[in-house]
Design a protein around this ligand. Structure first.
Ligand SMILES: C[S@@+](CC[C@H](N)C(=O)[O-])C[C@H]1O[C@@H](n2cnc3c(N)ncnc32)[C@H](O)[C@@H]1O
Length: 267
C-alpha cells in the first residue's frame, strides 16, 4: 500500500490544518459553485458530505436537508461540530460506509480533492461505497487533480509572509515561514522518491501544507473508466475551476476539475 496515506493523515491531524480548515468558508471557486448548485437543483433530501474537514461545505449543502458530515480525522469532526452544533457529524472513514443503508442519499460530496489524498485501493473502495449508498438517480460530486497539470513539474510555492504592523504576529509569521521552508526541503528530498508516474494516473507531491501532501492525479480516460467500472453513468458532467464544461482535451493549465457522477436510475 502506498505511503501517501500515512503522510496525508499526519498533515490532516496537524493543528495548523485543523485551524485552516476550521476557518475557511464559502465556495472555493466558480467550479465548485456551479457543481453544488446543479446538484442541489435535483432536490436531494439527504446529503452525505465526506471529508467535511472543519465544516466549510456544511453551510453550502445542509440548508434544511437531512445532512450528515463525516471525516476520518477526529479533530476535524470536533471542529465541524463546534461550528454547527445542531447538525450531524460522524467520525468515519469513507472506505466503510456500512453505517448507512444502500440507496439512502440523493447527493454525496467529497470536496477540495479530498478523494485524491487516499491511496489507490482506498479510492476504489470509496467509489464503490458511495455508489452503494446513493439512491438511483443520485449524484456524487467531487473534485480531482489533473495528472498533466503543468504545475506538477516545478511545484509552485504558495507560502507567503503576510504583512502586519503587530510585531508579535509578524515575528510568528516569519517563524512559520522559516519552519515551512525547512519542512519543504525535508519533504522534497524524502517524498519525491515516492512519486508514481503511470501513463493514465500519477501519485505526486503537492505544494499545499508546506509540501505535506501526496495526491492522486488522474486523466480523462482513467477517471471515466474508474467511474464506469463502479457502475456510474458513462457521461459525468465535468467542469473546470471557472465552472465551464470541460472539452474532451484537458489542457496543461487545468489544475483540478469538478466531477458530477450519476448513479443510473436502472442499474
Ligand atoms: C483537503 S481537506 C478538505 C476539507 C473540507 N472538505 C474543505 O473543503 O474545506 C480533506 C479532508 O478529507 C478528510 N479525509 C481524507 N480521506 C478521508 C477518508 N478516507 N474518509 C473520511 N475523510 C477523509 C481529511 O481528514 C480532511 O479533513
Amino acid at each position: 500500500m502506498h505511503q501517501m496515506e500515512t503522510i496525508n493523515r499526519r498533515t490532516w491531524e496537524n493543528p495548523w490544518s485543523i485551524r485552516e480548515y476550521g476557518r475557511s468558508a464559502g465556495f472555493l471557486d466558480d467550479g465548485e459553485r456551479v457543481a453544488f448548485t446543479l446538484a442541489l437543483e435535483h432536490g436531494p433530501k439527504r446529503v452525505l458530505d465526506i471529508g467535511v474537514g472543519g465544516g466549510r461545505t456544511t453551510d453550502l449543502l445542509a440548508g434544511g436537508r437531512d445532512y450528515v458530515g463525516i471525516d476520518y480525522t477526529a479533530r476535524m469532526i470536533e471542529r465541524a461540530r463546534a461550528k454547527h452544533p445542531t447538525l450531524r457529524f460522524e467520525h468515519m472513514d469513507a472506505r466503510d460506509l456500512s453505517a448507512f443503508a444502500p440507496s439512502s442519499f440523493g447527493l454525496v460530496v467529497f470536496s477540495f480533492n479530498g478523494i485524491d489524498s487516499v491511496n489507490p485501493e482506498g479510492r476504489l473502495q470509496i467509489l464503490q461505497e458511495v455508489f452503494r449508498v446513493l439512491a438511483p438517480g443520485g449524484q456524487f460530486v467531487f473534485s480531482t487533480f489533473h495528472k498533466d497539470w503543468e504545475g506538477f513539474a516545478d511545484l509552485p510555492d504558495y507560502r507567503r509572509i503576510e504583512w502586519t504592523v503587530d510585531p508579535l504576529r509578524l515575528g510568528f509569521r516569519i517563524y512559520r515561514y522559516v519552519e515551512g521552508g525547512i519542512l519543504k526541503a525535508i519533504r522534497l528530498r524524502r517524498n519525491r522518491a515516492l512519486e508514481v508516474h503511470a501513463s493514465d494516473h500519477a501519485i505526486r507531491m503537492h505544494a499545499a501544507h508546506d509540501f505535506g501532501i501526496m495526491i492522486h492525479a488522474t486523466t480523462r480516460s482513467h477517471l471515466l473508466k474508474q467511474l464506469a467500472d463502479v457502475g456510474f453513468a458513462d457521461d459525468p458532467d465535468l467542469f473546470d475551476r471557472e465552472g465551464l464544461r470541460l472539452d474532451a482535451v484537458w489542457h496543461a493549465s487545468l489544475h483540478f476539475l469538478y466531477v458530477m457522477a450519476r448513479k443510473p436510475t436502472v442499474s
